[in-house]
Every structure is written in structure tokens, then in C-alpha cells.
Design a protein around this ligand. Structure first.
Ligand code: FDA
Length: 394
């Protein structure tokens, strides 16, 4: 069998590329090794899919080459995807910080992509394993699958990253890249829950369920996020911790400011004058939750009334609130990570067409590339933008 385009991976990027190429009249075959398409879309955003972000911009992405994502994000923007969603009459809302979610179900996004693929005559084959990829003398790709052999002019690798192997993630995209001589930037889990040693867990277990919104969380390299944090029996979690995990390296501290909108020391000194007879935990209860205030006073062994507390003690308390240093012991890894950092080296791929610079006809799109977004809809937007741009040229 022969066709124009074979796309490996029926995820967000692969389906976007397929529907775009299909709309141009290209004959497109999508190969998916699991028995379902777009599983990550289905489970994303708690089942409601945070499908893009109003504030999408290149500085929301990590990559060895931070400029690589610019062109595609500009050519297929968040507004282009919002238009598509609106054309399909999918109800959605902004949850917070520009994050757009379906009102009803992530299924709406999958159905929309499938309808668009159908319109372009795209053939999607599930439960199909790619066994080998070769090239003939004319430069066409010969793809041997569990269902037979297909040759094509353009081969698009849209296999995603390593996150959540249980629902289909494999290293196949990286293996294809290596086969054709492309470089791989070492991968690691991103947007992933961090783990903590018993000393931290001892402290956080008493606070389980307490949230602080926002905290200002900072990595050792200086990356800062203002987002919500939650104390749990497993340490600290929530969007702030997921965001910083992409910038965290083993052995490093992270710094957490639990009252980011004000100078805590100045405020404490003012309170010492204004409420000299109050206990520290009572006063702290005005800026953090009562349980957290109590815990901080207890852990720091601070007793007595505000009037009795020295500048040195207030400085230590202020630092505990505004610059709490915590050292994660590790991360939960690919088992629970939302994304994979690193991947196919963008130096080896055109930022306009996504074609491998040294292998005409071979394309890489989506998460398999060394481009990773922050939490908040940026990763799907990368899949839509890169998928669309490749879909226009394959
Ligand atoms: P994706 O992983 O979507 O698709 C790859 C496809 O290739 C899969 O169908 C896979 O089975 C298939 N495949 C793999 N190996 C293969 C092989 N050997 N042969 C054939 N097929 C193969 N992002 C966001 O912006 N908003 C959000 O709300 C969320 N939420 C979220 C929740 C959870 C739990 C996770 C794990 C991830 C998110 N993300 C997210 C991230 C987002 O899901 C991710 O960045 C995109 O799905 C990446 O799209 P791709 O198409 O590149 O890969």
C-alpha cells in the first residue's frame, strides 16, 4: 500500500497534523499502537482538558533552544485553536491564569479532532505496531507494521514523550530520531510530583489539607512561579510544585514564600507595636492559615507575647514564612509526570516545517521534541502549533 503521509502516534500533535494535511487533500494514515486514540487528552485537566492558555508565549517553554518554538506559536496561535473549538460549538471557560478548559468533557476535544480528520479522509489505524522503518532509493519511507507494509513520501513522528507508560508512552520517537542520525537532548520527568524525606513529611503531615494560594516558589536557578500550593501527607504539592519541578535538579533546594505580596519582617515589626499582647500564632493567623501559623510557632519554639519577641526572632519567623527552604529527595518520575523534558534536539529540525534538516521527508512534532511547556495548557498548544505547521507542508 502507498500513501502520501504516515503519522506515528494518534495523540494531540499527530491528530492536528493529520487533520491539517487531510484538509489539503493529502492521503494520510495515522498509526497508533494502543487500542485508543488521544488517551492523554482524555485524562487531561481532570477530564476537562486544559486545551490552551490565553497567555501563550515563547517564554512559557523550556528548551535548549528557547527560540525554536517562536515561529510555530506565531503561525498557529491559541486564538486559532480557540476558533476551531468555537466552530465546533464546544463550551469552555477560563479557570484561572488564562487556562481554558472544556465545560463538559475532554471528549469534546477528541471528537472535534476526529470529525476534522474524517472530513479530510484521514485513515486512523489503532492497535498497530510499527516494526521497522526503511528508506528506498527514491527517498520514500517504507514502514513495516503489524498490519502490513506501507510506503509514503512524508513520515511524521508524533509519538510523544515518556510520561505515563501505562497509557501508551514509549521511547519509539527517540529511537527513530537516533536511527536517522538526529541528536537527543537527555530526557527527564517534568511537571511531576516531588518527593520528600521523613523530616519534611513529619512537618507536612500535620498540615495535610492546608492550601496557600498563591505561594511564590523559586528554583535555585532563579525561576519563579506564583501559584497555589497544598500540604499533603506526601509533602507539598499543587500547581506551584509541579511548575518548579521542571526547573529542579537533584540535590537542590527550592525556596517558598508563603506571603509573597508584602514584606513579612516589616509587617511583623508593625504588629509587635500594634498588638503587643497577642501571641505570635494569633498574629500570623492574619497572613497564613491558623493551622500553619500554629505549626510555624510550634516548630520554631516561639512562645510569649509579640512585645517580648526580639528582632532576631522576628527575622527568623519572617524567613520561615518568606523563604522556607525545602530540599526534595526526588520526583515520582515518568509514572506520574505530565511531560518529558528534553527529547529530539531542535538544532536538527526546521522550526518552520518540523522536517529533519538532514533527512528530507522525516518530521518530528509535539512532545517528542525538546520543547516543554509550563503547566496551564501550554503543552497542548505546542502540540496544536507544531502539528498544524507540519501538516501544512507534509
Ligand atoms: P501524546 O502523548 O499526546 O501522543 C503520543 C501518541 O503516540 C500516543 O497516543 C501514544 O500512544 C502513541 N505512541 C507512543 N509510542 C508509539 C509507538 N511506538 N507506535 C505508535 N504510537 C505510539 N497538557 C496541557 O496543555 N493541558 C493539560 O490539561 C494537560 N494535562 C495532562 C494530564 C496528564 C495526566 C498528562 C500525562 C499530561 C497532560 N498534559 C497536559 C500534557 C499533554 O498531554 C502532552 O504534552 C501532549 O499530549 C503531547 O502531545 P503529543 O501528541 O506530542 O503526545
Amino acid at each position: 500500500m502507498d500513501t502520501d503521509v504516515v503519522i506515528i502516534g494518534a495523540g494531540a500533535a499527530g491528530l492536528m497534523c493529520a487533520l491539517t494535511a487531510g484538509a489539503r487533500g493529502r492521503r494520510v494514515l495515522v498509526l497508533e499502537h494502543t487500542d485508543k486514540i488521544a488517551e492523554k487528552i482524555r485524562i487531561s485537566g481532570g477530564g476537562r482538558c486544559n486545551f490552551t492558555n490565553l497567555h501563550c508565549a515563547p517564554d512559557r517553554y523550556l528548551s535548549n533552544n528557547p527560540h525554536f518554538c517562536r515561529s510555530a506559536l506565531k503561525r498557529y496561535t491559541q486564538y486559532d485553536f480557540i476558533d476551531l473549538v468555537a466552530r465546533h460549538k464546544i463550551p469552555y471557560h477560563e479557570k484561572t491564569l488564562g487556562q481554558l478548559f472544556c465545560d463538559d468533557s475532554a471528549r469534546d476535544i477528541i471528537d472535534m479532532l476526529v470529525r476534522e480528520c474524517d472530513r479530510g479522509g484521514v485513515d486512523i489505524q489503532i492497535s498497530t505496531t510499527v516494526q521497522a522503518i526503511d528508506r528506498d532509493d527514491a527517498g520514500r519511507f517504507i514502514v513495516t507494521t503489524s498490519r502490513g507494509v506501507v510506503d509514503c513520501a512524508s513520515l511524521v513522528v508524533a509519538c510523544g514523550g515518556l510520561s505515563i507508560p501505562k497509557i501508551g508512552a514509549t521511547p519509539f520517537g527517540y529511537e527513530i530520531a537516533k536511527q536517522f542520525g538526529l541528536n537527543i537532548i537527555p530526557t527527564r520527568a517534568g511537571l511531576v510530583p516531588l518527593t520528600f524525606d521523613p523530616a519534611v513529611l513529619d512537618m507536612t503531615k500535620d498540615l495535610s489539607g492546608v492550601s496557600v494560594d498563591p505561594v511564590r516558589i523559586q528554583s535555585q536557578s532563579g525561576m519563579v512561579f506564583d501559584e497555589a500550593m497544598l500540604f499533603t501527607h506526601r509533602g507539598i504539592s499543587g500547581p506551584a510544585v509541579l511548575q518548579i519541578s521542571s526547573y529542579w535538579n537533584p540535590g537542590e533546594d527550592i525556596s517558598i514564600n508563603m506571603h509573597p505580596h508584602g514584606d513579612v519582617l516589616v509587617w511583623l515589626k508593625d504588629q509587635r507595636k500594634a498588638q503587643p499582647k497577642s501571641m505570635l500564632q494569633t498574629v500570623l493567623g492574619d497572613i497564613v492559615s491558623k493551622r500553619l501559623a500554629q505549626k510555624i510557632a510550634e516548630d520554631m519554639d516561639v512562645e510569649g507575647r509579640m512585645a517580648d519577641l526580639s528582632d532576631k526572632i522576628l527575622r527568623a519567623v519572617a524567613s520561615r514564612i518568606a523563604d522556607w527552604r525545602v530540599k526534595p529527595s526526588g520526583s515520582e518520575g515518568y509514572r506520574t509526570a505530565e511531560v518529558t523534558l528534553g527529547g529530539v534536539d531542535t538544532d536538527d529540525v526546521s522550526s518552520k516545517t518540523f522536517e529533519a534538516k538532514n533527512v528530507p521527508g522525516l518530521y518530528f512534532i509535539g512532545e517528542v521534541l525538546d520543547v516543554t511547556g509550563h503547566l496551564g495548557g501550554f503543552n497542548f498548544q505546542w502540540a496544536w502549533s507544531s502539528g498544524h505547521c507540519a501538516g501544512q507542508v507534509v
